[in-house]
Design a protein around this ligand. Structure first.
Ligand SMILES: [Zn+2]
Ligand SMILES: [Zn+2]
Length: 80
Protein backbone atom coordinates (compact mmCIF):
# COMPACT_ATOMS: atom_id res chain seq x y z
CA UNK A 1 0.00 0.00 0.00
CA UNK A 2 1.22 3.42 -0.95
CA UNK A 3 0.15 6.72 0.47
CA UNK A 4 0.05 9.28 -2.31
CA UNK A 5 -0.88 12.91 -2.41
CA UNK A 6 -3.94 13.34 -4.68
CA UNK A 7 -2.69 16.74 -5.81
CA UNK A 8 0.81 15.58 -6.73
CA UNK A 9 -0.64 12.67 -8.68
CA UNK A 10 -3.37 14.64 -10.40
CA UNK A 11 -6.17 12.58 -8.86
CA UNK A 12 -8.17 15.65 -8.02
CA UNK A 13 -7.78 19.29 -7.19
CA UNK A 14 -8.34 21.00 -3.90
CA UNK A 15 -9.43 24.61 -4.11
CA UNK A 16 -8.73 27.20 -1.45
CA UNK A 17 -9.93 30.78 -1.41
CA UNK A 18 -7.56 33.57 -0.45
CA UNK A 19 -8.20 34.65 3.11
CA UNK A 20 -7.36 38.23 2.12
CA UNK A 21 -9.46 38.81 -0.99
CA UNK A 22 -11.40 35.54 -1.49
CA UNK A 23 -9.86 34.87 -4.91
CA UNK A 24 -9.34 31.19 -5.78
CA UNK A 25 -5.70 30.42 -5.04
CA UNK A 26 -3.29 28.57 -7.35
CA UNK A 27 -1.43 25.43 -6.29
CA UNK A 28 2.27 26.14 -6.61
CA UNK A 29 3.17 22.52 -5.90
CA UNK A 30 4.41 20.51 -2.97
CA UNK A 31 7.01 22.02 -0.72
CA UNK A 32 8.73 18.66 -0.18
CA UNK A 33 9.35 18.10 -3.90
CA UNK A 34 10.92 21.51 -4.18
CA UNK A 35 13.27 20.60 -1.37
CA UNK A 36 14.45 17.42 -3.08
CA UNK A 37 16.72 19.56 -5.22
CA UNK A 38 18.51 21.03 -2.26
CA UNK A 39 21.97 19.90 -1.27
CA UNK A 40 22.46 17.61 1.75
CA UNK A 41 24.06 20.50 3.57
CA UNK A 42 20.63 22.04 3.92
CA UNK A 43 19.02 18.97 5.46
CA UNK A 44 18.93 20.51 8.91
CA UNK A 45 17.04 23.49 7.57
CA UNK A 46 14.67 21.27 5.61
CA UNK A 47 13.92 19.30 8.75
CA UNK A 48 13.22 22.55 10.47
CA UNK A 49 10.95 23.76 7.67
CA UNK A 50 8.83 20.62 7.52
CA UNK A 51 8.65 20.31 11.28
CA UNK A 52 5.04 20.13 12.38
CA UNK A 53 3.87 18.43 9.20
CA UNK A 54 2.46 15.04 10.02
CA UNK A 55 3.53 11.95 8.15
CA UNK A 56 0.89 11.10 5.61
CA UNK A 57 0.40 14.69 4.66
CA UNK A 58 1.82 16.63 1.75
CA UNK A 59 2.45 20.30 2.25
CA UNK A 60 1.42 22.44 -0.70
CA UNK A 61 2.04 26.11 -1.24
CA UNK A 62 -0.89 28.07 -2.60
CA UNK A 63 -0.57 31.57 -3.99
CA UNK A 64 -3.29 34.09 -4.68
CA UNK A 65 -3.03 35.39 -8.27
CA UNK A 66 -4.82 38.59 -7.27
CA UNK A 67 -2.99 39.88 -4.20
CA UNK A 68 0.01 37.54 -4.00
CA UNK A 69 -0.90 36.14 -0.61
CA UNK A 70 0.81 32.79 0.04
CA UNK A 71 -0.35 30.03 2.33
CA UNK A 72 0.72 26.45 2.96
CA UNK A 73 -1.89 23.73 3.18
CA UNK A 74 -1.43 20.18 4.41
CA UNK A 75 -3.03 17.74 1.98
CA UNK A 76 -3.92 14.34 3.38
CA UNK A 77 -2.31 11.48 1.45
CA UNK A 78 -4.64 8.69 0.34
CA UNK A 79 -4.06 4.98 -0.12
CA UNK A 80 -3.89 4.41 -3.84
ZN1 LIG B 1 1.30 16.84 -2.82
ZN1 LIG C 1 -5.77 37.38 -2.44
Amino acid sequence: MNLVCPLCNGLYKVVFNCSQCNTIMVDKGPLVNLMDDYSPYLLDEITYLVDGVKRGECLHTYRCPNCGFKQNYSIERKVF
